[in-house]
Design a protein around this ligand. Structure first.
Ligand SMILES: [Zn+2]
Length: 143
């Protein structure tokens, strides 16, 4: 006897999850007041709520080459370098870490953590405020 009923409708339903590649358009804020608020929020609490144009400067691949990329990336996303640039603009660097100290204090790092960060800056050629921009931030941004 043939098992005629056994028509296997081998409907291998390829359940293609049509996951539309969600590429949400990142809306970058332009409003100066909002930018300022976001920068301060990130500096003080580390909380990221809005996207800034500055974020797109970050080069993940490039940054990951640095041995201390975790800490340096954190500082980038918490707007440390952004604020340092801001503070330095219009000034001539006095070749101290005066502004860096101010910002790290505002970010509420412990003294121990601050020393750790300063060591990493030095190791990467950042011995003063301007060198931190030229030698350290440059390792995280651009091509
Ligand atoms: Zn300098």
């Amino acid at each position: 006897m043939s098992l005629g009923n056994g028509k296997r409708t081998a409907n291998r339903e390829k359940r293609r999850e049509l996951r539309e590649q969600l590429t949400p358009e990142i809306e970058v804020i332009k409003d100066k007041k909002l930018i300022k608020e976001e920068v301060n929020r990130r500096l003080v609490s580390g909380l990221q709520t809005l996207s800034l144009e500055y974020d797109s400067l970050f080069n993940d691949q490039k940054a990951s080459l640095n041995k201390d990329s975790d800490l340096l990336s954190l500082l980038f996303h918490r707007m440390f370098f952004y604020r340092l640039n801001e503070k330095l603009s219009g000034l001539t660097c006095d070749h101290t870490l005066r502004l860096t100290d101010q910002i790290l204090t505002q970010m509420q790092f412990s003294r121990g953590k601050m020393n750790e960060i300063l060591e990493i800056f030095k190791k990467n050629g950042g011995n003063c405020d301007c060198e931190i921009i030229y030698n350290v931030e440059s390792q995280l941004i651009g091509k």
